[in-house]
Design a protein around this ligand. Structure first.
Ligand code: NDP
Length: 420
């Protein structure tokens, strides 16, 4: 018996909810709480006839602490899976402390308004001291909740999607089973899917475009190295997908892997992008459409990137038209029993198979399934260390077993082509 709240009803949430409903002996009661109640009701109507999970819905503003606390007080969940926007992580974490509810999210906190004075001060200090420019980081905000979570006796599981999320479980798994020492990690995120649009993002456009237009960064020899966005390109032949161009990006799991595996000398993250996506992104950036700074248009305040989001296809609607596969994983170099060793662990996920199972494309699927599996780990007591943790701090075995079973099986190779 468990009572779980899912916040958000977009692409990722819809998969996490559908997967929870497949395990209705564990997820016995579930509340879908989001901004647009009609989406929650439509999802409930679609899923309820297929599951014994008792689904309820609730309109909520996740930015309003009182509303989130009122929902938790009334519904009394054991756990919340936050699949809304990362802007609301801290509000929801505060509500979890107040009401003693376990917490899971899929993306590191960043603010909606990056001009906000207090946040800006913290950000500029971090850029100066550490030298990486992404709007998100774990150290300045969410890791600081550890003591309060331990005092409340609850677990905060950060970044439990695929990347961040499964990629860190792969690191923990490699360290547990394959290496005495890991020297380098390259995380490779390939989306070989085609949705037929000239330009659309596969997950929330605001967060996606912020991420890819930020300066690139990697971690080597204890410090961050920052480069111009999209300035490092490599080609890689991905299993199930084929040859793709990929670009060095900063990504949130680099920060937590660097903290939790200090032996690793270099951690990099690459993501594939097609030519059309990059051309559109550059053009939109050049004309100011990616700006997060509000402008005044005919007496109304508009945030350009939010207006752009309104024009772009909803990522949750891409499922039906997306074909092809994703391939996401980690390549390691290190030492086992005194010998140098290479190892590549990854998952290949098919967009159309995801769509026929849960009605969503593979990007939402590869994020929503791990969020459900993370919840499963906590509800079954397999991950039970209170406080705020990233995925790699827990035993990877039961989680990877659950991923294998519920739709994201791992593949492994001991002779991977390395990225130069
Ligand atoms: P969507 O934009 O599809 O969904 C976001 C949902 O949050 C929507 O249902 C939206 O409501 C809801 N929401 C927004 N603001 C509020 C609010 N104030 N109160 C309540 N609900 C709100 O995004 P995705 O599903 O694509 O992404 C969800 C999260 O997953 C993001 O944080 C993203 O960064 C992360 N992600 C993580 C990945 C990983 O591998 N770790 C990969 C992909 C995504 P409405 O329906 O009204 O718009």
């Amino acid at each position: 018996m468990s009572r779980v709240v899912v916040i958000g009803c977009g692409g990722v949430a819809q998969v996490a909810i559908a997967k929870c409903c497949q395990l209705d002996n564990i997820f016995t009661e579930l509340c879908i709480a989001s901004r647009t109640i009609s989406k929650c009701v439509a999802l409930k109507e679609k899923l309820q006839p297929t599951t014994k999970t008792k689904i309820t819905t609730r309109k909520i503003d996740a930015n309003n602490l009182d509303e989130v606390v009122a929902l938790f007080d009334e519904y009394k969940p054991e756990l919340v899976i936050h699949c809304g926007m990362p802007y609301h992580n801290l509000v929801i974490m505060d509500a979890c402390i107040k009401c003693k509810v376990h917490y899971i999210d899929t993306a590191a906190y960043e603010p909606e308004n990056v001009l906000e004075e207090e946040w800006r001060k913290v950000y500029e200090k971090r850029v100066k001291e550490k030298g990486f420019h992404a709007y998100f980081d774990y150290a300045s905000y969410q890791w600081g909740y550890d003591k309060k979570f331990r005092e409340a006796g609850i677990i905060g599981l950060l970044g439990c999607g695929f990347d961040p999320g499964v990629t860190q479980a792969y690191v923990a798994y490699a360290k547990k089973h394959e290496f005495d020492r890991i020297d380098t990690i390259d995380i490779l995120d390939c989306n070989g899917g085609d949705h037929g649009y000239k330009f659309a993002t596969n997950f929330n456009p605001e967060i996606n475009l912020r991420e890819v237009s930020a300066p690139a960064a990697y971690f080597e020899d204890g410090k961050w190295h920052t480069l111009e966005a999209m300035s490092v390109k490599r080609e890689y032949n991905f299993d199930g997908v084929g040859m793709k161009d990929m670009y060095l990006l900063h990504h949130e799991e680099i920060e937590s892997i660097a903290k939790n595996f200090p032996e690793v000398k270099r951690i990099r993250f690459y993501m594939t992008f097609g030519k059309s996506y990059l051309e559109h992104m550059r053009c939109l950036e050049d004309v100011g459409m990616l700006s997060t700074t509000p402008i005044n248009y005919e007496g109304k305040e508009i945030v350009p990137i939010q207006f752009l989001k309104a024009l772009l296809p909803d990522p949750a609607s891409l499922g039906e038209r997306t074909v092809g596969k994703t391939n996401i994983g980690c390549i390691f170099k290190g030492v086992k029993d005194g010998k140098e060793k290479k190892y590549y662990i990854y998952n290949v996920c098919d967009h159309q198979e995801s769509y026929s199972e849960v009605g969503s494309q593979a990007i939402s699927y590869t994020t929503g399934v791990p969020a459900m599996c993370g919840a499963l780990m906590i509800l079954l007591g397999k991950w039970n260390s209170i406080g705020v943790h990233n995925v790699e701090e827990f035993d990877p075995d039961p989680f990877i077993e659950a991923l294998d079973k519920y739709g994201l099986p791992k593949s492994e190779t001991y002779n991977p082509v390395m990225v130069d």
